[in-house]
Design a protein around this ligand. Structure first.
Ligand code: SAM
Length: 464
């Protein structure tokens, strides 16, 4: 097997040069797609999460060079759904079994945060997750929307090549887009970003930067796809040949961010026959069927020929490739349930039993405050096998691991081992807190405060 693909499979890290080398080498494509498929299976399982997409306004103040709904395109019938129409579409989708509603629009200032918040609250009377994809807003607006119940937000960075970004996005600011993504993360949204592939002037170097940007942001979702030129835009003459490269970017993204959600995007299906299935077999685990009514859907023409989905046929196709439709909301933190723990449980359990009987004094002290749901009602386990490791304490519900440095079983105490171990858990949606023996001995109150803070933060993120 190609050594770089093997490395990415094992440690989920590649340098920029290594990513470039994979992007340039087309002889390894099948191997790369298979590896991404394997990692997808291992980390997020075989379920496909369906997100019902409602395109509620094609009115946009922006002028992105590639986009058919750009403000300067006069050959488009503009529309704006009413709040009641949006809520009705959402209700219908929920009745048909969808667990997530995605509300997408151009950057339409008519929809203030307050108007959107009312719509979100109404939809959230049902048991559903809500994703927003409405473009750039202020921190305060994002906060109003989050407080009203929105769970996720999609905002593609489009390209991390700042010069190219500037050329393609008049009167927009790359730094502001990054600011938006950071705000969204800090507010506890499951944050999605992504890029367009096949932009004129885009290089593989910049695509490698895009992937590293996703990793650095620790994005929870990545939606990417090929550019499909729209005849009423300045990029009308661009070549629509980005499919295979976008599949490669997606596959590498899966290898480096193994537990995130990755949609098989409509652009992939539009530009390539069976593009959606190819994507699902190369790392993707999400599909976003469009539930907007036909009249408005055809007017939300960001690119031509936008493929829609026949849901019934789709489910059949999923079955043919060994996949099922998920029955949960598909948050990143729900990926890879511990009940599917692939670790050698027998070995882990025997060792864990031994460790449980032989707690160090510091572990015992910490356990005395965590045990029996004593700690603000949170349930902790001690010396618990998770995949290939045994962790000192874990609150599975909130995905919080607590490690006591200096414990008897942490034989290999060097920093890189700890780092690797922490990274291993973090890529699977856990937070790892580490405490030293002397902190527990001398300042258990501060330790308790830090644990509580972390649990509350996790809860705020929808850690459950
Ligand atoms: N206005 C919101 C925003 O900017 O995030 C959401 C809507 S925007 C139309 C959704 C995405 O469509 C963009 O992030 C862009 O990557 C993609 N898109 C626009 N024009 C496209 C084209 N011609 N081909 C492929 N994708 C396109």
């Amino acid at each position: 097997m190609n050594a770089l693909i093997e490395k990415a499979k094992q440690i989920h890290q590649l340098s920029k040069e290594e990513i470039i080398s994979l992007l340039n080498d087309n002889s390894i494509n099948n191997e790369l797609f298979n590896a991404a498929n394997e990692i997808r299976h291992k980390f997020v399982g075989d379920e496909i999460h369906l997100r019902a997409l409602i395109e509620f306004s094609n009115i946009c103040q922006r002028n992105c060079f590639y986009c058919g709904v750009r403000a300067e395109n006069k050959n488009i019938d503009r529309y704006r759904l009413t709040p009641d129409e949006i809520i009705k579409l959402a209700d219908n989708a929920l009745k048909s079994g969808y667990k997530t509603i995605v509300l997408q629009s151009g950057e339409d200032n008519y929809f203030t945060a307050e108007i959107l918040a009312d719509i979100i609250k109404e939809i959230k009377k049902n048991d559903t997750a809500i994703t927003l994809s409405i473009g750039e807003r202020t921190y305060d607006e994002y906060k109003i929307l989050k407080d009203s119940g929105a769970d996720r937000f999609l905002l593609r960075i489009e390209t991390t090549d700042k010069e190219l970004y500037k050329k393609l996005h008049p009167n927009m600011d790359f730094e502001n887009r990054v600011r938006c993504l950071k705000d969204l993360k800090s507010l506890g949204y499951e944050t999605g970003t992504g890029c367009l592939v096949g932009l004129p002037g885009q290089t593989v170097e910049s695509l490698a930067d895009d992937i590293l940007f996703f990793k650095e942001l620790d994005a929870d979702m990545i939606g990417l796809g090929p550019l499909i030129p729209h005849e009423d835009t300045p990029l009308k003459d661009a070549k629509p040949d980005g499919f295979w490269l976008s599949l490669k970017v997606m596959a590498i993204t899966r290898l480096l961010l193994p537990d995130i959600n990755i949609p098989a995007t409509t652009a992939m299906e539009t530009i390539q026959p069976e593009g959606r299935i190819l994507a699902l077999e190369s790392g993707a685990n999400v599909v976003m069927p469009n539930v907007t009514d036909e009249f408005h859907r055809s007017r939300y023409e960001i690119y031509p020929g936008k493929k829609s989905v026949d849901y019934t046929k789709l489910e059949e196709k999923f079955k043919q490739i060994g996949r099922t439709v998920s029955k949960n909301k598909g948050f990143r933190s729900q990926s890879r349930p511990l009940s599917l723990n692939p670790s050698p449980i027998g070995r882990g359990t025997k060792m864990a039993r031994h460790l449980r009987k032989n707690l160090t004094p510091q572990e015992r002290k910490l356990w005395s405050i965590l045990r029996n749901k004593n700690f603000y009602g949170y349930k902790f386990k001690r010396q618990c096998p998770i995949w290939k490791y045994i962790v000192d304490f874990v609150c599975i519900e909130q995905r919080l691991i607590i490690e006591v440095d200096g414990s008897g079983h942490n034989l290999n105490q060097n920093k890189s081992y700890d780092k690797q171990r922490t990274e291993y858990f973090e890529t699977r949606g856990f937070t790892v807190l580490r405490f030293r023996n002397n902190e527990i001995e001398n300042n258990i109150e501060e330790v308790a405060d830090k644990i509580l803070l972390s649990l509350r933060e996790r809860e705020g993120r929808g850690g459950k």
